[in-house]
Design a binder for this molecule. Structure first.
Ligand code: PLP
Length: 406
């Protein structure tokens, strides 16, 4: 009889978004006249920018002619896209990253989840708490996290780095030495960032202890403050200790188009084994390349017209973020995030748990957000709102929140 990978059986059910969905559906079935505003899920709502649509149309037409048809893409991505990424995301920011250190993929989620495959099962991971769940769950599936304690909602072999108001939602260097350190800035779910000086401390630490930083910069386009790094390679020494994940989902609205990339510098080695070579082997074996059409759309993100249009799109969402942040501050809520990220992290008032506040908002003002406890134990008593809705809905949601009297 076959056996399953029983690491999967250790995974606690991921009830967060399904529980939210069930509660919202039940409420709207009981109150069909109520207009519910959803500021919960981190998906974009604005249509693709015209420069991207033009590139998609052009590439579709190319695929219809024998002379310009494209089959399998190169494993690591087309050169036109890798050159554009190296030039615009790295060289223009003073980072030393070559096009052949960039691996194009269909998004950051797969890469963040798959990267752990090239590391030994003996490695110990460190994660922020609260955290984007993919980092932990992918290591659970691999069998790297030990046993789960439902009471504390933690794994025995994972180092948790609490990100709380007291530390500005920035992790502190862990007491126990990790091998793999997952960092995500600007952060999902807290919307927090760290300065270049703070990130440099992590790079120095990782180089000192021989750890790898797995740096998720999916929300890089939302950075507005000058001392916040856009890439970990802005830090000295990052080439020997860091892998960076990027996505086209949030800067260009590609959540349904699918494109991302991972950077592995050739200087990043374990002894004389290059992680770049291992990931190239893995990519070549298990992945057949992002579609030509989509990579052409990705190239358009870096065109003059694309850049201008996407700047406006990001500004649209950030205008929502500021509206939420300022409106809730005025109303007396304790709020953070929303300055360099499309997420607002809100303290549930009067000691309510995250889920109590969720129910309260759904029933009293018909606004849906995400309970912070769904992202880890240190997210308890917090609540995430996203700036990805329409401006009109955002304004209405904030006005409703301002009216609540607890
Ligand atoms: N990383 C973080 C922190 C995210 O919040 C998300 C999506 O919400 C992703 C990665 C996934 O990005 P992609 O759509 O490129 O898979």
């Amino acid at each position: 009889m076959f056996k399953v990978n029983d690491n999967y059986l250790k995974l606690p059910g991921s009830y967060l978004f399904s529980t939210i969905g069930k509660k919202v559906n039940a409420y709207s079935a009981a109150h069909p006249d109520k207009k519910i505003i959803r500021l919960g899920i981190g998906d974009v709502t604005q249509p693709l920018a015209p420069a991207i649509i033009d590139a998609l149309h052009g590439a579709v037409d190319e695929m219809g002619k024998a002379e310009t048809f494209h089959g399998y893409a190169p494993d690591l991505g087309y050169e036109f896209l890798r050159n554009a990424i190296a030039e615009n995301d790295y060289k223009a920011r003073g980072c030393d990253i070559a096009p052949d250190e960039i691996f194009v993929s269909d998004g950051a989620k797969c890469d963040c989840g798959n990267i752990q495959e090239i590391f030994s099962l003996d490695n110990k991971i460190a994660v922020c708490d609260p955290v984007y769940p993919v980092y932990v769950d992918s290591n659970v599936m691999a069998g790297r996290t030990g046993t789960y304690d439902p009471k504390s909602e933690t794994w025995s072999d994972v180092i948790y780095m609490p990100c709380l108001a007291e530390n500005g939602f920035a992790p502190e260097l862990p007491k126990e030495t990790p091998d793999l350190i997952y960092l995500c800035f600007p952060n999902n779910p807290t919307g927090a960032t760290i300065t270049k000086a703070q990130l440099q401390e992590w790079v120095d630490y990782a180089n000192k202890v021989g750890a790898v930083i797995l740096y998720d910069a999916a929300y890089e386009a939302y950075i507005s403050e000058p001392d916040v790094p856009h890439s970990i390679y802005e830090c000295e020494g990052a080439r020997t200790c860091a892998i960076e994940f990027r996505s086209f989902s949030k800067n260009a609205g590609f959540t349904g188009v699918r494109l991302g990339f991972t950077v592995i510098p050739k200087d990043l080695k374990s002894g004389d084994v290059s992680l770049h070579a291992l990931w190239a082997r893995r990519h070549g074996t298990k992945y057949n390349g992002a579609p030509y059409i989509v990579q052409r759309a990705g190239e358009a993100v870096y065109s003059a017209a694309g850049k201008a249009q996407l700047k406006e799109q990001v500004a649209y969402y950030m205008n929502n973020a500021h509206y939420i942040l300022n409106g809730l501050k005025e109303a007396g809520f304790t709020v953070s995030g929303g300055v360099n990220a499309p997420y607002i992290w809100l303290k549930a008032p009067n000691g309510m748990t995250s889920w109590e506040f969720f129910d309260y908002l759904l029933e009293n003002v018909n606004v849906v957000g995400t309970p912070g406890s769904g992202f880890g134990p240190s997210g308890e008593h917090y609540f995430r709102l996203t700036a990805f809705g329409s401006y009109e809905n955002t304004v209405e949601a904030v006005n409703r929140l301002k009216k609540i009297r607890l």
